[in-house]
Design a protein around this ligand. Sequence first.
Ligand code: KG4
Ligand code: ZN
Length: 368
Amino acid sequence: MKILAIESSCDETAAAVIENGTTILSSVVATSHQMHEKYGGIVPEVAARMQLESIIPTITESMEIFGTSSHTSLYERINDNIDALAITIGPGLIGSLLVGVETAKTIAMATGKPIIPVNHVLAHMYANFVNVKQSDKNNKVTKSEKSQIQFPAISLVVSGGHTELYLMESEKKITWLGGTIDDAAGECFDKTARLLGFGHGGGLAIQNAAMKCGITPYKTTQSPHLPRPMLDKNNELNFSFSGLKTAILRETQKIQSANRWNEEAICALSYEVQEAITDVLVKKTLLAADTYAASSILLSGGVSANFRLREKLQQRIQDAQPSLSLHAPPIELCTDNAVYIGSYAFFRGTPTPWKTINAVPDLSVEEL
Ligand code: KG4
Ligand code: ZN
């Protein structure tokens, strides 16, 4: 079954064709990151306007890569080669969601193809179900693919807007276990990046700066130290990152007022921020795995691209729970794209009359 999936929940516009939920036939992602750089964050109106311009070219390109004849119209190509459509309906920015949802509904109406509404946050975890390229298989931390995943699995979805833990008992049965009570881990990375002068570079910029420090930097009395929020409440599977954001701001002010603000100090602070966030994510994920006697852990969402998060989890599993297997998508499938939207639709979606499909910006990620 070939699904044309469309995603436009934040500032990306993406389209992909995916077969039987696991084989990528094409994947195209257009982003308006550069437009937001000058404003220091995503401007919803700017994002939606760019998406309006790029949605049809993105869908067209995804159908061209997939190999359908360029002599026919987009309508004919979809009609002749696609079995169903998948569309992200939320959660996300209303203007952005509307662009994707209304486009997908129009295609469904014109072609008569079934259309499957998709929850963006839940869909992230299905990036682990997709067949990976040989080059990705050589990376020992990245070992995804549906055939390798054993249930029950604990799934950590960690992105710019969400930090959620789920129990996955099968490819369909998902239970929400906990999530952030305030900010997401990705937001903490993003705000820190801006504070440290990395602009819109986000978690990747922090990761790169932290790497300059080496794996375990030499600690001095001046080394920054940040809290690991909610770790003391060991029996809880919730997260909180807003206090950490404030602590990072205070640490920054302390270093600046002591006239120690230089590249070395910025790298040391980046390292500590990454350690604080990943310590919390790793501890809670392993606690959930222990509590629910999980066989696998699935990472997904933009922050799951973080090298240190992957490395730390892998290390702890090797030391303490070697029977657990860790799965993380290839880096390009961690951040927003349409591949996992199509995979979710195949494994867990329900075709729905196009007239009843609407964008739902505050779509629940807890009541499934
Ligand atoms: O899943 P995603 O593309 O969008 C949302 O659904 O939110 O995630 C974006 C988030 C941003 O917060 C970005 O800073 C973070 O993923 N991110 C990273 C890394 N790459 C992207 N965070 C930490 N380390 C990375 N290497
Ligand atoms: Zn996302």
